[in-house]
Ligand binder design. Sequence first.
Ligand code: SF4
Length: 472
Amino acid sequence: MDKFKDECGVFGIFGHPEAANMTYLGLYALQHRGQESAGIAASNGERIGISRSMGYVADAFDEKALAEVPGALAIGHVRYSTAGESKLLNAQPILIDCAHGQIALCHNGNIVNARELRDDLVRQGSIFQSNSDTEVVLHLYARSRARSVEDAIVQSVSQVQGAFSLVVLTRDRLVAVRDPHGFRPLALGRLDDAVVVCSETCAMDLIGATYVRDVEPGEVLVVSAEGIRSFKPFPAAPLSHCIFEHVYFARPDSYVFGRSVNEVRTNLGRILAREQPVAADVVVPVPDSGVCAAMGFAEESGVPLGMGLIRNHYVGRTFIQPAQSIRDFGVKVKLNPVRSILDGKRVILVDDSIVRGTTSRKIVGMVRAAGAREVHVRISCPPTISPCFYGVDTPRKAELIAATHTLEEIREFLEADSVAYLSHEGLMSAVQSERKSYCSSCYTGVYPVEFPRDEAGYLQLALKLDKEPVAK
Ligand code: SF4
């Protein structure tokens, strides 16, 4: 499907006799945040063991693999590659052994000055195993002369810029770190006496843990036998929570940035209905991403909701196309129209975003072929006009249809009767927050963290944007 790609999911637990099993289950709940690789590292108090594999969590581990990572503290990661190719070498956790002892690290986000730091480190003799931006943090850590593990972590993390929610495992402690902007979510919870940190609260629900609070932007949490220690060693920065977590990435049953995703997403639909009403017979969500907004749209507009598109949940990452002659096979294998709901109807088709427009065009065609008399596309976020550099895989600006086409041109391309987006004000009012506390750069093209002007990294960003990046 033509979507921004989820970034990564992280999980950590301290003080549970089945830490690896709990991490496995936590990763299961976070699978939507990354499907390319999965990994778990666990400590038995003396050694850290690790198990990583390509593919889904269910395929990556079996009982034998989990038995090989014993201990009461563990961290885990699901990955979709945002920086670095998709291969096992780039899978996380990354485990190293250095002067400070063993350490394993999981990262959600993207370090914008990774190239600059990496070039410096290579010049000073560092040898990198992977091409992921995360490895830079570990090299900085290994070189730190700080006396304690915590100080070495702080010293290394202080040098990186951008988006990072980190969970770190040492022989006897779990450390959670969130960047001062708070781009990516990171929640703290309890499971009896055990402490849990994870990207989304849905991972806590699965293992029966209770959400306590978010790890705060700029906060470092050290969990050890002595308890939890919290401190904020980084200079404060303007908050930049990723609004796209609420629009699309996070699961609707999660709380992120302290808000229910379902509530925010349903609100987006309600506001969209007020801003962009249209006479119609049925509101149809594009499953699964458009469901909550469509429910809000239907509720607000009074137009009944109909599940006019059914998603096949059993499609794997790859499938073999049996015949080239089946038109739009990729979309058809994932979605099928329900003729009894669509035939002869004026349809409001609700989705969360349009990226390139190619999939949306096929879906509109599918709804028409099932007999819809009119198709009105309603999108529960503003036009996506700029790529993301904070941990989300997005196409180049030139490939984003809203960056290069007028609304009328988009309507023509989709072959819809009308197309309308939620306004930026509408988006912000749905999260009921000051605009300044959220990043919405993919809708504005204005970026909260400045880009380093090092040659390679900067040129790469400029190429992706087709112009000079603009920083606030
Ligand atoms: S640019 Fe968009 S996707 Fe990236 S962090 Fe900002 S809001 Fe999220």
